[in-house]
Design a protein around this ligand. Structure first.
Ligand SMILES: [Zn+2]
Length: 123
C-alpha cells in the first residue's frame, strides 16, 4: 500500500518463539503483539517503511529477572536499535560526505522517509 506517496509493506514475525535475551531459554507464551515501523531503503524513488507486527513473549524462568521480551527478526531488527539496518550504512555515507542540511536534503530527495531521517539525526 502507499501512504502519502511512500510504500508501506506489512509483515509479521511468524517463526518459532525467540529466546530470552537474558537467560536464553525459549519462550512458550505470547504476552502481546504490536506494530513497529521500520524505515528501509527507498524503492523506486519512494520511501519504504516496513510495518512489522512483532510478538512480546513472557520469560517463565523463575530465576530470570526478565519478565518479557520482544522477538527480533533477523536482518530487520535488533534490540534497542531504532534506525533501520539496511539504511544505516547508506545514511552514514551521506552524512560523512555531505553533512547536516545538504545530507538531509539529499536523503529526502532519494526517498528516505521522515522516520528514516529522524533515525539519522539521532545517531
Ligand atoms: Zn529469561
Amino acid at each position: 500500500m502507499t501512504v502519502d506517496g511512500n510504500l508501506v509493506v506489512d509483515a509479521a514475525g511468524c517463526g518459532p518463539p525467540g529466546r530470552c535475551p537474558q537467560c536464553k531459554h525459549p519462550a512458550i507464551r505470547v504476552h502481546s503483539r504490536y506494530w513497529r515501523q521500520i524505515p528501509e531503503l527507498p524503492a523506486g524513488g519512494r520511501g519504504l517503511t516496513v510495518r512489522l507486527h512483532v510478538r512480546r513473549f513472557f520469560c517463565d524462568q523463575s530465576q530470570c529477572q526478565r519478565r518479557t521480551f520482544v522477538e527480533q527478526v533477523a536482518g530487520l531488527t535488533e534490540p534497542r536499535r531504532r534506525s533501520p539496518l539496511a539504511a544505516r550504512s547508506v545514511m552514514r555515507a551521506v552524512a560523512t560526505e555531505l553533512g547536516g542540511r545538504p545530507g538531509s536534503d539529499c536523503a529526502r530527495s532519494c526517498g528516505f522517509t521522515a522516520d528514516g531521517l529522524r533515525c539519522w539525526r539521532n545517531w
